[in-house]
Design a binder for this molecule. Structure first.
Ligand code: SF4
Length: 285
């Protein structure tokens, strides 16, 4: 049987991630071997994180783990205003690598009138959501991720809706429609970024052609997880893999057509390794 693979038309690192990597590269080069601290991860990808750890970058779990006088970088997901203020008072230098599109959501939240309520569609506990919520000036902030969460909201007088940049765009839109019905006075601003939207649309097209989809990305990457879920919703057997060797052997053995894509924080070397792995197993493009 002939074995083929197809790569998604749009995949891989987005502009926001490239920009964050470039900023950290510049800081690492300027500090000539001294430890540079990043609060949380720069981007959610294990390959990227381990490559920087090898270059003397320390990813700190909390602001308390960053020594006074350090050179520190804020990752692409941004920070809440309180944590950022502590970091700036503690570190000698702070370089902000927050994606401009995340920053835009933070600014929208910060400019809300005190009488308003903010509703964020996204994952509670995700650093981007925590950062947007933690910059909000609204009197209350609610994080929702399902119709049940929306039904459980209390009566609101002046709600404003935004979504996390990397959620499933179709689900974000469905949440918006439900909220509009419940709160006719709802105002909103687009949240899902163009990079996420393009990768999601590309994986929908790919999953219509390929019975098996491999998404290159880490399990804690929101946008990569959404690509796997979206492909699965189209009926494809979908796998999220951090590296080529994570692809199950029986998938390689039993598949004749595999679609490949990668998340917005996945470096090109990972997808190249996956393509090489598939070619070793008899697949061609
Ligand atoms: S996925 Fe979107 S929001 Fe996230 S870093 Fe990329 S461009 Fe920015």
């Amino acid at each position: 049987m002939s074995k083929r693979y197809i790569t998604a038309q749009v995949h891989g690192m987005c502009g926001g991630v490239f920009s964050a990597l470039r900023k950290l590269d510049e800081v690492v080069a300027a500090n000539c071997g001294k430890t540079v601290y990043v609060l949380h991860e720069l981007v959610h990808n294990t390959t990227v994180t381990s490559q920087y750890e090898a270059r003397n970058v320390c990813f700190a779990d909390s602001v308390d783990a960053i020594p006074a006088g350090a050179v520190a970088v804020i990752g692409a997901h941004g920070l809440d205003a309180g944590t950022e203020a502590i970091l700036r008072s503690r570190a000698k230098t702070v370089i902000d690598a927050t994606c401009p599109l995340v920053k835009k959501l933070q600014n929208i939240a910060a400019q809300l009138d005190k009488k308003r309520e903010l509703i964020i569609f996204g994952k509670s506990g995700h650093p981007e959501v925590a950062g947007v919520a933690g910059n909000s000036n609204a009197k209350e902030t609610f994080i929702v991720s399902s119709a049940a969460d929306i039904a459980a909201l209390p009566e609101l007088t002046a709600p404003f809706f935004i979504s996390q940049t990397t959620v499933d765009a179709a689900k974000s839109d469905a949440a918006l429609q439900l909220l509009k019905k419940r709160f006719p006075q709802l105002e909103y601003s687009a949240g899902v970024c163009d990079a996420s939207l393009k990768r999601q649309n590309a994986v929908i097209s790919l999953a219509k052609r390929c019975p098996v989809i491999i998404v290159a990305g880490s399990a804690h990457s929101s946008n990569a997880c959404r690509l796997r879920e979206i492909a699965a919703a189209q009926g494809a057997d979908s796998y999220l893999v951090d590296k080529a060797s994570d692809i199950p052997e029986d998938v390689l053995k039993n598949s004749s057509l595999i679609g490949i894509t990668s998340g917005a924080s996945t470096p090109e070397c990972v997808i190249n390794d996956i393509i090489h792995h598939l070619e070793q197993a008899g697949f061609s493009s």
